[in-house]
Design a protein around this ligand. Structure first.
Ligand code: 13P
Length: 243
């Protein structure tokens, strides 16, 4: 059975004063759920020292080191205490033009540094309305998943672009359709694909978490806005523990 993972993506939010929230999240972590916080890189090392919390980076450069001003290597994230790294988030794909091939290279770099890649895929509203959702997602998955991915080093996060930060959560039927398809694709391309954790992300909050976690192939969530405070995030962690 895949691990239950509740991952918080703080995106470009969080100053040192907000570590109070990270501390409260760490203190409230629940048995049976792997709680992961992906703070901005400036807070990664100190957040990694909090017991009860695993941490992750929000992206990494595909190269191990070199002349890439402003970028961070996966080894640097690991050195700061991270055990995960988000790759292929739609905000990176849109804001930085990252392609599937770029994302695969980043995931490979994360693996090489001993990190678990949280690999994000998701369709836009136009793609969904055109009836292309599953074809788009399968192509993104095939293009972004590096050789050597397995359940121990990779987690897939399905994040419909239209549900991110909009308050419009995908319906349980929409999530189930995608996650059941995802499970089938992963089982076909990864030897232990049945054990790979599949997360949903997009406006997850305490009020909708339980119905999403009740779905067979939803093993957790990648949470943006509702991961910024312990009061919002811990009920999601508890809903996952209860699922
Ligand atoms: P929200 O939970 O704020 O919609 O963000 C989801 C997300 O992008 C997590 O990576």
């Amino acid at each position: 059975m895949p691990r239950k993972i509740a991952a918080g993506n703080w995106k470009m939010n969080g100053l040192r004063a907000d570590l109070e929230q990270a501390r409260a999240i760490a203190a409230g972590a629940t048995d049976g759920v792997h709680a992961v916080l992906c703070p901005p890189a400036t807070l990664l090392a100190v957040a990694s020292d909090l017991s009860g919390l695993a941490t992750g980076g929000q992206t990494c450069h595909p190269a191990a080191k070199g002349a890439h001003t402003g970028d961070l290597s996966a080894a640097m994230l690991a050195d700061a205490g991270a055990s995960y790294c988000i790759v292929g988030h739609s905000e990176r794909r849109a804001d930085h033009g990252e392609s599937d091939a770029d994302v695969a290279a980043q995931a490979r770099a994360a693996h090489d540094a001993g990190l678990t890649a949280i690999l994000c895929i998701g369709e836009t509203l136009d793609q969904r309305e055109a009836g292309d959702t599953l074809a788009i997602l399968e192509a993104q998955l095939n293009g972004s998943l590096p050789d050597g991915a397995h359940a121990g080093n990779t987690v897939i996060a399905y994040e419909p672009v239209w549900a991110i930060g909009t308050g419009k959560v995908a319906s349980p039927d929409q999530v189930a359709e995608v996650h059941d398809a995802l499970r089938g694709w992963i089982v076909d391309v990864v030897p232990d694909g049945a054990d790979m954790a599949l997360l949903y992300g997009g406006s997850v909050k305490a009020s909708n978490a339980a119905e999403l976690f009740a779905l067979t192939n939803v093993d957790g969530a990648l949470v943006g806005g509702a991961s910024l405070t312990a009061d919002d995030f811990l009920p999601i962690v508890r809903a996952l523990a209860a699922a």
